[in-house]
Design a protein around this ligand. Structure first.
Ligand code: GLA
Length: 384
């Protein structure tokens, strides 16, 4: 499905000889949080919010970029091997570096990019930035890489160049998405299955809490480290276990010297892996709204066992969970703030947004924002 460039993007695009355009979407994750760096299954989908890139040939050897949403410009040398210290530039530079490491030259080019994907709102704007850059470098310069190679390249760049130890879920979903389908991705083999998201009378609505606590990146890094420690300890007793997303709480409890909080982390992952499987099964069997229960359970696990929630998110989730017209609700993404994902009955969508925003403002003096999302195609070339 070829999309048109949004007028709001064209209006802001500076004069230039722009010849090539790419749409790179954000993602939601229906369920399966923190499993992608623990060898589990996840169920993300690309969405209709995206970053759009315009590309033109450049002069000299440098790459010139214009980030339209924040109206910042930067020029960088694609041969640089050290981050510049400016995050959005480093996401782009990191991708150029990956191409170079594979032996590809990077001729000069200019890009301008922007869109309707909130930055830092838990919809993976950074993965959309990386994935869009990788996709355009590949297509614009006629390189032969496929989407999976691009996704793994993006993850490597985050891990090795930017020192952010994410899994592959976000980049994979953004690059591989399909309208109306979620991707049941096995993060070990990287095989995936498309699952139709048809939930009659219900819609997914995100509520952005507008908070980010304790530097989400450092909280995330702590969890990655804890998971490694938990796995090492479990392997002392069960060397056959190769990753934490195995579904056997009994084995975790049998490792007596596993500290209580590492046990909690492992138990959450175990439960979440099972919830991904149940959710996929229910969706395939068209019992869509029954997946709400798994969303609520996922939230409970993230709050009490994995400890990646925060009071503001718990407030938003709790209101949603107990409302009869909301099938389920949970914290979505890396945690420590960001968005809740809510499965809301169509008759109550407007009322839900109004109620939740009013109560949240009263309690925290913060304006939450609502983001209705549709499941859309992954990264694509589009016409001007
Ligand atoms: C962030 C990371 C993903 C994943 C989620 C949690 O979005 O980028 O790789 O780990 O958190 O599920």
């Amino acid at each position: 499905m070829a999309t048109a460039l949004p007028q709001s993007f064209l209006d802001r695009l500076p004069e230039g000889n722009w010849t090539f355009f790419v749409r790179s979407p954000g993602r939601i994750n229906i369920i399966g949080e923190h499993l992608d760096y623990n060898g589990g299954y996840v169920l993300p989908a690309a969405i209709d919010r995206a970053i759009y890139f315009a590309v033109e040939k450049g002069e000299g050897t440098n790459i010139r970029c214009h980030a339209l949403d924040i109206d910042e410009r930067a020029t960088f040398d694609p041969l640089a091997d050290q981050p510049t210290g400016k995050r959005w530039v480093d996401y782009l530079l990191g991708i150029c570096r990956q191409f170079r490491l594979l032996g590809y030259e990077i001729p000069a080019f200019n890009i301008a990019f922007g869109g309707d994907l909130p930055i830092g709102g838990g919809l993976s704007s950074s993965a959309a930035l990386e994935g869009g850059m990788a996709f355009l470098l590949n297509d614009f310069f006629g390189r032969p890489l496929d989407r999976l190679q691009l996704a793994t390249m993006c993850q490597r760049s985050s891990n090795d160049f930017l020192d952010i130890p994410t899994g592959i879920m976000d980049q994979f979903a953004s690059l591989h998405g399909r309208a109306g389908k979620a991707l049941l991705l096995d993060t070990l083999s990287l095989n995936y299955e498309e699952i139709a998201i048809e939930i009659p009378d219900y819609s997914f609505i995100l509520i952005n809490s507008q908070v980010e606590h304790e530097l989400p990146e450092s909280g995330y890094k702590d969890r990655v480290r804890e998971c490694k420690m938990a796995l090492n300890t479990i392997q002392e007793k069960f060397p056959e276990i190769k990753h934490l997303a195995f579904n056997s709480p009994g084995k975790i409890k049998a490792v007596y010297h596993l500290s209580p909080h590492l046990q909690d982390r492992a138990l959450y992952l175990c439960g979440e892996q099972a919830r991904v499987e149940y959710t996929a099964k229910n969706l395939k069997e068209s019992h869509g709204s029954s997946v709400g229960k798994f969303l609520n359970d996922s939230h409970e696990g993230q709050r009490d066992l994995y400890e990646v929630s925060c009071p503001e998110i718990d407030f938003l989730q709790s209101f949603a969970q107990w409302h009869p017209d909301v099938a389920g609700s949970r914290l979505m993404g890396g945690g420590f703030g960001g968005c809740t994902l809510n499965l809301v009955h169509d008759s109550y969508v407007e009322g839900f947004v109004e109620d939740v925003k009013r109560l949240y403002l009263r309690k925290y003096k913060i304006e939450a924002t609502a983001i209705p999302v549709k499941i859309a195609d992954g990264t694509e070339v589009i016409q001007a």
